[in-house]
Design a protein. Sequence first.
Length: 131
Amino acid sequence: MKSLKDKGYKFNCYVRNAYSMGFIILQYCDHRIGSSNSTYMHHLVQVGYGRPKRTEKNKKLFKSLDFFDNLVLDEISKRMGVKPKKFFEIYKDDKWWGAKDALKANIIDEIKSFSLIKREIKYKFVPFWRR
């Protein structure tokens, strides 16, 4: 998304729920629209189904995890208008937001009713030779 934005593309993102990577992707949208019953969640980078305890034996693993946490932290905190340390304190324990709280926290830009279902227009096809 970053490379497309650099080329001038704009993204309006309509989202019901955004968790984990969906939350990160949402922050790259130019205009973020959620519904009144939307929920959002973000957490530290994990391995498998959680984050292991930091020990002497897994220093290399945590070097990678910390790198990605900080990369994401800087980008998202910038978009949300908070300092990285403050955002880290918010999301380090799997933070969840409802729509109104997400709007206040600058996770979304607008709450709006919308449908993600496309309506089909039915028409009768008449071949050109029968017109």
